[in-house]
Ligand binder design. Structure first.
Ligand code: MG
Ligand code: ZN
Length: 215
């Protein structure tokens, strides 16, 4: 029989405990923590910058950057004057709750109102690891094709909101928006879908207003 299953359950159980501690830390300091999940190149870092740039001054952003290696994205965020902590997963393809816990002492949570956690670019296992965030954001992009909800259903079933980036390329990629919407709605009927472009700026305001309303 498959002996791996009990081990996996144990790991996920331990992760959930730490995720609950992280959630408490966020609640106590009034932080709205957002777990941003997407495939590589969908525009996670661009979305964080586009969103942070549209927040009113009274809502202060912070970022935890998860990457397998390098600090390219964290450097980009820091260059915009946003508090950021880098987690290098050392090859692991997702963030987990203990990694977030280890990052928290390096952030002044009382000086942050919305904490964006940029997960490792991957549409599969990030869905299985709670971090303690309040919102799961799944970001897809037009360039990846409209079949993503059908091919990677797991991640869409945990989404609180689904964003579709690179809307300005819709015609170029012959993207079937109706098919994409149907796929998402079938898996997660309660998740709103925002179609936007971080490059052109279209649709970004609607998403930001929705996000602010979640606080
Ligand atoms: Mg990035
Ligand atoms: Zn993984």
């Amino acid at each position: 029989m498959n002996r791996k299953i009990p081990v996996v359950k144990e790991i996920l159980g331990a992760n959930d405990q730490v995720a609950a501690e992280n959630r408490r830390a966020f609640e106590e300091t009034g932080v709205l923590a957002v777990n941003l999940m997407a495939s590589p190149g969908a525009g996670k870092t661009s979305l964080i910058l586009a969103t942070a740039g549209r927040l009113p001054d009274s809502i202060r952003p912070g970022v935890i950057e998860g990457d397998i290696a390098s600090s390219i994205d964290a450097d980009t965020i820091a260059a915009h004057g946003i508090p950021v902590v880098q987690i290098n997963t050392g090859g692991a393809c997702h963030l987990d709750a203990p990694m977030i816990r280890s990052a928290l002492p390096h952030l002044d949570l009382r000086a942050i109102d919305i904490l964006f956690i940029e997960n490792v670019g991957n549409l599969i296992c990030p869905a299985d690891f709670a971090l303690g965030s309040r919102l799961n954001v799944v970001l897809a992009s037009v360039a990846e094709g409209h079949d993503k909800p059908y091919k990677y259903p797991g991640i869409f079933t945990v989404a609180d909101v689904v964003l579709l980036n690179k809307a300005d390329l819709m015609a170029v990629f012959e993207f079937d928006l109706d098919s994409f919407r149907r796929g998402v709605t079938m898996l997660r009927p309660q998740a709103p879908i925002f179609v936007l472009s971080c490059r052109s700026g279209e649709g970004v305001d609607s998403w930001v207003q929705w996000l602010i309303a979640q606080r």
